[in-house]
Design a binder for this molecule. Structure first.
Ligand code: 3NM
Length: 208
């Protein structure tokens, strides 16, 4: 069973104004041990270069790194895993590419999708958005704490990551509703002093 920390930060280059590597460093300074690199704007070549640098930083610090969307980049770099959306390569195909040891996560947006996902060979199922979010385009309706609880009940023992609008005020309630971990962008990353990312990460972890 995947060892999943309660806090699972996701990078955002536009929001933070920092490279993926720099974000990994700041999040790791604050205590994060698993980070997802998410990139929706760079070319694959540019993202590959950024992810390569971020992986160097992560490895030096003992942080595990998951690549959003791109199983090919995860494979080429030897990253720790991939996080797939509903329109990405199927999780089974990613498993064939990346092998048994890779972390494979799968995004879902409803109880029905989560049940379907739990039947696949994934290490965690993500459900979201839990609350309103402005970090994702077309996020779909928020499922709320009740949605998290319903998914937990429906998927049994499967590792469950909750995402969308989660901050240090509401994270404890999301875990109490049945999530094993909370995935977070904007409550950790913001433009300005990079040291703030470290401070926010520490405070967030203290709130759990
Ligand atoms: N995926 P924030 S919500 C990347 O519902 C992402 O699957 C979501 O950012 C989903 O913590 C989301 O700033 C954005 O709300 C999360």
């Amino acid at each position: 069973m995947l060892d999943l920390p309660k806090l699972y930060p996701i990078t955002d280059r536009r929001l933070s104004g920092l490279s993926h590597a720099e974000q990994v460093a700041r999040l790791s300074d604050g205590g994060a041990s698993l980070v997802q690199l998410r990139e929706k704007h760079l070319s694959p070549r540019e993202f590959y270069r950024e992810a390569e640098e971020a992986l160097r930083v992560a490895r030096a610090r003992g942080v595990r790194l998951v690549i959003n969307d791109r199983a090919d980049i995860a494979l080429a770099l030897g990253a720790d895993g991939v996080h797939l959306g509903q329109d990405d390569m199927p999780p089974g195909a990613a498993r064939s590419l990346l092998g048994d040891k890779a972390i494979i996560g799968f995004s879902t947006h409803s109880v029905a999708q989560a049940i379907e996902a739990a039947r696949l060979l994934v290490d965690y199922v993500a459900i979201g958005p839990v609350f309103a979010t402005s970090s994702k385009e077309n996020p779909g309706p928020a499922v709320g704490l009740e949605g998290v609880a319903r998914v937990r009940e429906a998927v049994g023992q499967v590792r469950l990551v909750a995402i969308g609008g989660i901050n240090e005020e509401n994270a404890r309630a999301v875990l109490d509703a049945g999530a094993d971990s909370v995935a977070v962008i904007s409550a950790l990353l913001a433009p300005g002093d990079p040291a703030e990312i470290t401070r926010r990460t520490r405070l967030f972890l203290d709130s759990l």
